[in-house]
Design a protein around this ligand. Structure first.
Ligand SMILES: [Zn+2]
Ligand SMILES: [Zn+2]
Length: 96
């Protein structure tokens, strides 16, 4: 029997960009809006994980990159749930 349903629950799943191994933030060590270095359990190499919480719908999204400098700028990130920018719109478009 397989009870490995892809139930996200309160955990955040992401994959190692080097070997594809699935990782999970079981201990909720990721800080939102802060690039965090993560060591892969399988290949033992470091990669970078960036957690965003959408300012509109509060969906949490994880972006992975080889290093922190390769993470996209926050203003370019779109929420996969509501397709709006993950940043607070008051901060991004303050001109109206
Ligand atoms: Zn790996
Ligand atoms: Zn959203």
């Amino acid at each position: 029997m397989t009870d490995t349903t892809s139930d996200a629950g309160s955990y955040l799943d992401f994959g190692c960009p080097r070997c594809g191994h699935a990782a999970r933030d079981e201990y909720e060590t990721l800080d939102p809006m802060s690039p965090t270095n993560w060591r892969c359990d399988r290949c033992a190499r470091m990669f970078n994980v960036l957690l965003f919480e959408c300012a509109t719908c509060a969906t949490e999204t994880v972006f992975v990159a080889m290093i922190a400098a390769e993470q996209p700028p926050p203003v370019d990130l779109l929420c996969p749930s509501c397709h709006r920018g993950v940043l607070d719109h008051e901060e991004v478009a303050d001109s109206f």
